[in-house]
Ligand binder design. Structure first.
Ligand code: FAD
Ligand code: NAD
Length: 472
């Protein structure tokens, strides 16, 4: 066993951890980054954002080819080479993680592969391949150990029962698939499997898909999902799962207590994630854990132990890669003594279904819950020239405004490419923009970004492509 001394140790090399390590190195710190994987990337690159988006791109190619019929272009039935598709996805992942490894070396960040466990507030033990173990002593550490999938009680151990990680391995396309959970992962991976040819059913225990998003947007997505999914069961619970050698029998219970049974070739459990705050030896430090198992942090991402910071999924909701990367900079700045705080006005959320749903800032549902008076301005994509030319008028752009100051408080978009468009909303909110700022900004034509400008124009009653009869 050897002892290494480092100024900053970053534990976990996901989008939070590697962003922190690289930024700290750029700012002149001497940095060690540790992860169990051979290269930086974390869940996001190895088994999250990137592989799922690669598959969703393939799904989009399939759906666009199918929809082309309406334009008079007819392709033959697609032949899907699952092995080739998986290899392509794996190539995307390894190119990206390999490049991050290279970026770490260029920056002189010491990358160590192994599992870190705290010995005390300034020392961790790194268990490496085999028996080999090293101790690292640090001035500060940033914990960025991420999260893992939640399972359901009573779910049997079977290769026919998948979580997001095994679903992304894409060993085959099962003839039928039940997705438990109508959240981000359930709908994104459900879309992938449905487009690849599985008969996908989704069961969600709450009354609607994507509980965090506004209903007017979700209903537009749900309408299209109904055309690719075999069934969407809402307000329904899975009460029993029995795995056989060939298939899985599931018992459902609806709100009125009625039960029913159905058999599927595979099941995907996507009911949320939990923070990796256990199994780290944090009891040897002064770090406090919240009742939800997150590491408790202040606005600078400092834990209750002065030498330990925490960022990303392990430090709280929302569990999103861009939130982790932003916190990384706050924590590094705090360590280097800069005045800084994590107080974003808006963190964008994007669900990469088809159509995509994206929102940021205040939602209508949240305003209602908080009893806040808001003004809502909408622009339906049926009135957008660009949406017409894409043959995709199933979209809506919505602004949540302060009725007195006309400040943009929130933005929500459903439609193809909504995830790219929402960045304008985040900037508008961060800059304290008012509705006029959006109307006075020249948006390129023909693009779906014009729907943001026209939603703001509609707030004033003069959107060019919407006719509103004058009140007499
Ligand atoms: P992680 O990315 O979870 O990385 C943590 C790292 O820490 C891991 O590499 C792990 O090996 C390492 N680690 C843990 N414990 C130890 C230890 N003791 N010692 C050493 N290393 C350790 N977010 C988005 O913003 N956009 C998306 O499109 C998106 N898609 C997703 C799709 C899926 C299927 C999933 C599962 C998640 C998705 N997410 C998405 C969420 C996103 O992946 C996470 O929010 C993000 O990865 C969190 O980053 P992080 O740095 O906190 O940790
Ligand atoms: P989620 O919280 O988004 O959705 C889980 C869903 O499962 C919820 O709708 C919940 O009501 C439902 N549910 C819970 N228990 C259930 C049960 N017993 N039966 C039926 N339904 C049940 O969680 P997820 O989809 O697992 O994703 C985890 C997290 O990963 C997300 O919250 C998000 O932070 C992140 N993620 C982000 C993206 C993205 O940014 N595009 C993509 C994937 C994952």
């Amino acid at each position: 066993m050897s002892l290494i001394k480092t100024q900053l140790l970053v534990i976990g090399a996901g989008p939070g951890g590697y962003a922190a390590a690289f930024y700290a190195a750029d700012r002149g710190m001497e940095v060690t980054l540790v992860d169990r994987e051979p290269d930086p990337g974390g869940v996001c690159l190895y088994r999250g954002c990137i592989p799922s988006k690669a598959f969703l791109h393939a799904a989009k190619v399939l759906s666009e080819a199918r929809d082309a019929k309406e334009l008079g272009i007819v392709f033959n039935e697609p032949r899907i080479d699952v092995d080739r598709l998986r290899t392509w996805k794996n190539d995307v992942v390894s190119k990206m993680t390999g490049s991050l490894g290279l970026l770490a070396r260029h920056r002189k960040v010491t990358f160590m592969q192994g599992k870190a466990t705290f010995i005390n507030s300034n020392t961790v033990s790194i268990q490496q391949e085999g028996e080999s173990r090293q101790e690292v002593q640090f001035e500060h550490t940033i914990l960025a150990t991420g999260s893992r999938p939640v399972s359901l009680p009573g779910v049997p151990d079977s290769p026919l029962i998948l979580n997001s990680t095994t679903a992304l391995d894409l060993t085959d396309v099962p003839p039928s698939l039940l997705v438990i959970g109508g959240g981000y992962i359930g709908l994104e991976l459900g879309t992938v499997y449905a487009e690849l040819g599985s008969k996908v059913s989704v069961v969600e225990m709450t009354p609607g898909l994507l509980p965090g998003a506004d209903r007017d947007l979700v209903s537009i997505l749900e309408k299209r999902l109904k055309t690719i999914f075999r069934a969407i069961m809402l307000t329904t619970k899975v009460v029993k799962i029995e795995a056989g050698p060939q298939n899985v029998k599931v018992t459902f219970e609806t709100a009125d207590g009625k039960t029913s049974e159905e058999t599927y070739d595979k099941i995907l459990v996507a009911v949320g994630r939990k923070p990796n705050s256990h199994d780290l030896g944090l009891d040897h430090t002064k770090v406090k854990i919240t009742p939800q198992s997150f590491v408790a942090v202040d606005l600078q991402r400092r834990t209750t132990d002065p030498s330990i910071f925490a960022i990303g999924d392990v430090a709280g909701e929302p569990m999103l890669a861009h939130k982790a990367a932003h916190e990384a900079r706050v924590a590094v700045d705090a360590i280097s003594g800069k005045k800084t705080t994590f107080e974003p006005k808006a963190i964008p959320a994007v669900v990469f279904t088809d159509p995509e749903i994206a929102w940021c800032g205040l939602t209508e549902a949240q305003a209602k819950q908080e009893n806040r008076t808001i003004a809502v301005a909408k622009f339906p994509w049926g009135a957008s020239g660009r949406a017409m030319t894409l043959n995709r008028t199933d979209g809506l752009t919505k602004l949540i405004l302060d009725p007195d100051t006309k400040r943009v408080l929130g933005m929500a978009i459903v439609g193809p490419g909504a995830g790219e468009l929402i960045a304008e909303g985040v900037l508008a909110i961060e800059m304290g923009s008012i509705a006029e700022d959006l109307t006075l900004t020249i948006h390129p034509h023909p693009t779906t970004s014009e729907t943001i400008m026209e939603a703001a124009e509609n707030f004033f009653g003069h959107a060019t492509h919407i006719y509103r009869p004058k009140k007499t």
